[in-house]
Design a protein around this ligand. Structure first.
Ligand code: 4AD
Ligand code: MG
Length: 477
């Protein structure tokens, strides 16, 4: 007999028909009511066991997280809380679960505890909701780009270049530790390593994506990226997924338009397609907020906030304007910032970004035209000679969601910038070729996928929106 999903059954009106379903027991109460879940939806289906005619040994094996196969009749439910239920005619235990050993009890566990059990936390309502939303977001990302004429490009994970120039790379080597051959100067001789050169895990697919945009016009990447920065924050992972569109002939304004349209479209997709999960997460967040002091509580619910972002314009502000706002703001004057805003040119910290977004503008903000000295080598220099065509999209509760720019398309300007920063032209000969052969204005950005999932689900720690987080001192599972 064809197996139905719990989701299908909950939406079905095939009353009195025989149905077949498999899943895991969430709870079993009064020796009668199984709440069954199979991951297809946050909701469980109630399966009612005829306990008088069921073997006692079998009843004992219906424990939380046991895998079961159920055949029965779909009926309208008389009980509260559900419309349909299954009257069990045949029950088979597919996999037992010892309740004395199973760590996830049907009660509230701390997120920290669940993180230590990341292989089982997905069996909770919160994590199953988060991960279904994550999956839908990722589909929404592909849908947006595919429907708008973009080609999906898979850029390499192992590279020889440091796109961001921040030196936060994980090395990739096939040498045995302590047995790496040395050259005449006493340094490790990478010419003898697997790739014949020093390599690392990519921090961004941008440079390679740029070469593809110069032929395919509109491209995007969506893949894993790695950063060996030692930041133990709720916003940083050592391994995260980044989405990087790159578009030939787009200037910075078009790039800002694209980022805004893209984010709104993806949020719209989940608002439409993840209603049950978002409602659950909305309630969860409301409960969390109640434990916070009044002043720190958000005045919007999760779904309300997502709708607000999807429907309202992002505020666009230059770095210089933002700098003035920050320099004159109360927390700066009262020396409340850990990093005081004093001189034009300072890099903005997350406390500043969050002030702008959460206190001043109260909506997503796109900051643009940053000082050249705090941004990467590939960004296009403005005519003022001191700012570059950079843009960051800042989000409430998150800070930086997107970093992007119009790229420096002028070979001579790019070369002199590289010389200034001691970036070897020979290393990036292929990148420079794009500026030699049919160079054109082009722009792109990178969106940290987990930060988007964080915002969309209302979770507060980035470790809770990726299945198996990689952070300093932690690579379990
Ligand atoms: O601002 P970033 O460093 O920009 C780039 O890598 C550019 N090459 C992108 C481009 O123009 N194609 O990183 C982009 C985004 C950030 O805005 C942030 O959302 C996310 O990636 N991000 C991280 N997310 C999680 N953990 C980390 N350690 C992250 N570092 C950056
Ligand atoms: Mg950035």
């Amino acid at each position: 007999m064809k197996r139905s999903s719990v989701k299908e059954l909950l939406h079905s009106d095939k009353f009195l028909q025989e149905v077949h379903v498999k899943g895991w027991v969430r709870t079993f109460r009064s020796n009668r009511f199984i709440a069954l879940n199979d991951g297809s939806t946050i909701n469980n289906i109630q399966c009612v066991v005829d306990f008088e005619n069921t073997d006692e040994e079998l009843l004992k094996r219906i424990t939380t997280s046991a895998a079961v196969s159920i055949t029965g009749t779909l009926v309208e439910s008389e009980g509260k809380g559900q419309n349909v239920e299954v009257k069990v005619t045949k029950l088979e235990i597919l996999g037992d679960s010892n309740p004395d050993e199973y760590p996830i009890q049907p009660k509230k566990h701390s997120l920290e505890f669940l993180r230590e059990n990341a292989h089982l936390r997905i069996r909770t309502n919160t994590f199953s909701a988060v991960m279904r939303v994550r999956s839908a977001l990722s589909f929404g990302v592909h849908k947006y780009f595919q429907e708008n004429g973009f080609n999906y490009v898979n850029t390499p994970i192992i590279t020889g270049s440091d796109a961001e120039g921040a030196g936060e790379m994980f090395h990739v080597s096939n040498f045995e530790t302590n047995k790496a051959p040395l050259n005449e100067e006493g340094n490790i001789d990478y010419t003898k390593d697997f790739f014949g050169k020093e390599t690392n895990l990519t921090v961004s697919g941008q440079l390679e994506a740029e070469t593809y945009a110069m032929a395919l016009g509109k491209v995007y990447t969506f893949g894993p990226t790695f950063r060996a920065e030692n930041s133990n924050t709720t916003r940083h992972l050592a391994e995260f997924w980044m989405i990087e569109p790159e578009v030939a002939f787009n200037d910075l304004d078009a790039n800002m338009d694209l980022s805004e349209d893209f984010i709104k479209s993806v949020l719209g997709y989940v608002l439409e397609n993840c209603k049950d999960d978002l409602e659950f997460l909305d309630n969860r967040l409301t409960q969390e907020e109640k434990s916070k002091p009044q002043a720190e509580r958000s005045d919007m619910g999760l779904i309300e906030k997502l709708n607000f972002v999807a429907e309202n314009n992002f505020k666009r502000v230059s770095y210089t304007e933002a700098f003035d706002i920050l320099r004159n703001c109360k927390p700066n004057k009262k020396k409340k910032f850990q990093f005081p805003i004093t001189e034009w040119g300072v890099d903005l910290q997350s406390e500043h970004e969050r002030y702008l977004v959460e206190k001043h503008f109260k909506c997503p903000v796109i900051l643009f035209d940053y000082p050249a000295t705090i941004k990467a080598f590939y960004m296009r220099l403005n005519d003022d000679g001191k700012t570059v065509r950079a843009m960051d999209v800042l989000f409430p509760g998150i800070g930086e969601m997107v970093g992007g720019s119009q790229r420096e398309e002028r070979l001579d300007v790019l070369k002199s910038k590289m010389a200034e920063l001691n970036i070897d032209e020979e290393e990036l000969w292929w990148y420079l070729d794009t500026r030699k052969f049919g160079t054109a204005v082009h722009s792109g950005f990178g969106l940290g996928f987990e930060r988007l999932v964080l915002f969309t689900t209302g979770m507060s720690n980035i470790r809770d929106v990726i299945p198996f987080p990689r952070t300093p001192q932690n690579a379990e599972f």
